[in-house]
Ligand binder design. Sequence first.
Ligand code: FMN
Length: 268
Amino acid sequence: MFDEPLKEVWSARYGVEVPDSIPDLGPVLTHRSVRDFAPEPVSDGIILGLIAAAQSAATSSNLQMWTAISVQDPTRRRAINAVAGDQKQISGAAWFFAFCADLHRIGAAASAAGEDPSALGTAEMYTSAVVDAALAGERFTVAAESLGLGCCYIGALRNHPREVARILELPPNVVGLFGLCLGWPAEDSTAQMKPRLRPEAVWHRERYSDPSPHISEYDARMVEFYESQGMNPGVNWSQRSGRRVGIEGIGTRTDWGEILRERGLDQT
Ligand SMILES: Cc1cc2nc3c(=O)[nH]c(=O)nc-3n(C[C@H](O)[C@H](O)[C@H](O)COP(=O)(O)O)c2cc1C
């Protein structure tokens, strides 16, 4: 469904013409979050394939410290949605997954093998688990998009982590990180590719370089983008995103360290 030619893709992302040297990476470059889904189901076979894709991601020391919990029971899906911002894409998705950092499974394996898993509660191990889960989630998403499916991540899964842990019956050392909505995009989906900072803003050569020129350039493009989407007229990316990084922008998620310690990660 989202199969714009490379020329169009590049211009939508960066506002410039595509250089000749760029390989056409097809659906890998056309991602956009999809929030309106068709009612058609997505088979268990497809999901198993996507889980295998997620498991094919690299994983720190092969520890595989992530778990994805699908939430298909309507009552449980509603309960999750109620604590994750009540978003239409959560209720409308054919599948909803809660991706978790999982330090429980490797802890159980280590203990059963007579090893002492005393580092599992550290910030280092938690960070490894978060990276593992993110790599798995994104590979799942890329694979899904290659089939024409649409996805939307849900960071709001972290709004009420105690409730999420209760609803999903998470054991200690397992923390819900993000949700992932999946389904066939609705016929009339208006999901657009969103412009990004120019590649030079994120690809620095040899040493860190000043991002300011890229920010100004991007701000100007984003004013136009927001206006085209009927959002925040006159507001640029720095202003809009600046609000997201203020303390009010993270809403209920201010006590994450405390949450992690409660979940058993007592050295974080
Ligand atoms: C970790 C993470 C959490 C996100 N949480 C939400 C969310 O709760 N609700 C939502 O509508 N979109 C969410 N998004 C989607 C982002 O808003 C979206 O990726 C971003 O605006 C860029 O747009 P694009 O994905 O269409 O390129 C999330 C994305 C990520 C990576």
